[in-house]
Design a protein around this ligand. Structure first.
Ligand SMILES: N[C@@H](CCC(=O)N[C@@H](CS)C(=O)NCC(=O)O)C(=O)O
Length: 206
């Protein structure tokens, strides 16, 4: 069975929990004591020398990056190819937003770490960079429902958590109304689950 090295408050881990829930993939969660830096211990650095979570283990395969995991899970378990269609155009569009989710939007993740775990990082700079990204996303979402295609894909999942939780990093999403609507649209996905900081709508609450 798949093992996900997981921490409840991690938006990166949540990306994987969300897709596995949507695709109904059974897995075992292994809780990592992130606050006490268990992911930096020898045991975990053997699994992921980059010292981050999530880590996913499936049948001898080890994956250490959420984008790689989303691709792997969608390709392996989504028989309809809905979440990661395999034509060239869709893949290009999806990959570029997956990269945004792993790069620019992580400014929002880091701002949140400063606010909730006192990480010694430049909050002002992180917030400024995150806001610049949300401004671009807001313009992009003005005339389309989802980031890459006309339906949700793994690109939306990659960008979702740290956008939805921007407020926890001191960034007010109200300035980006199309982003706010997209966040709500994401919450309407069948089988959607939330996490602390991203409440699921009542209809989906387990
Ligand atoms: N590229 C990685 C990065 C994930 C990431 O940044 N994870 C955070 C937790 S949400 C982490 O483990 N950071 C290491 C640390 O802060 O010590 C991915 O997307 O999986």
């Amino acid at each position: 069975m798949i093992a996900l090295y997981d921490f409840e408050l991690s938006g990166s881990c949540y990306k994987i929990r969300l897709l596995m829930r949507i695709l109904d993939v059974p897995y075992k969660a292994v809780n990592v004591d992130f606050v006490n830096k268990e992911h930096k211990t020898e045991k975990y650095l053997k699994l992921n020398p980059f010292g981050s979570i999530p880590i996913l283990e499936d049948d001898g395969l080890l994956l250490r990056d959420s984008a790689g995991m989303l691709v792997y899970l969608a390709r392996k378990f989504d028989k309809t190819n809905y979440w990661y269609p395999d034509d060239a155009k869709s893949m290009g569009l999806i990959q570029q937003w997956m990269a945004t989710g792993g790069n620019e939007i992580m400014n929002s993740a880091a701002a949140r770490l400063v606010k909730i775990l006192n990480y010694p990082l430049d909050l002002d700079k992180l917030q400024t960079n995150a806001k610049a990204t949300f401004k671009i996303m807001d313009a992009h979402l003005a005339n389309r429902p989802f980031l890459a295609l006309d339906h949700p894909t793994i690109a939306d999942i990659a960008c979702f958590p740290y956008t939805a939780m921007a407020g926890e990093g001191g960034i007010d999403l109200a300035a980006y109304p199309n982003v706010v609507k997209w966040v709500e649209r994401m919450k309407g996905i069948p089988r959607f689950i939330g996490m602390p900081g991203i409440p699921a709508p009542m209809a989906h609450a387990a």
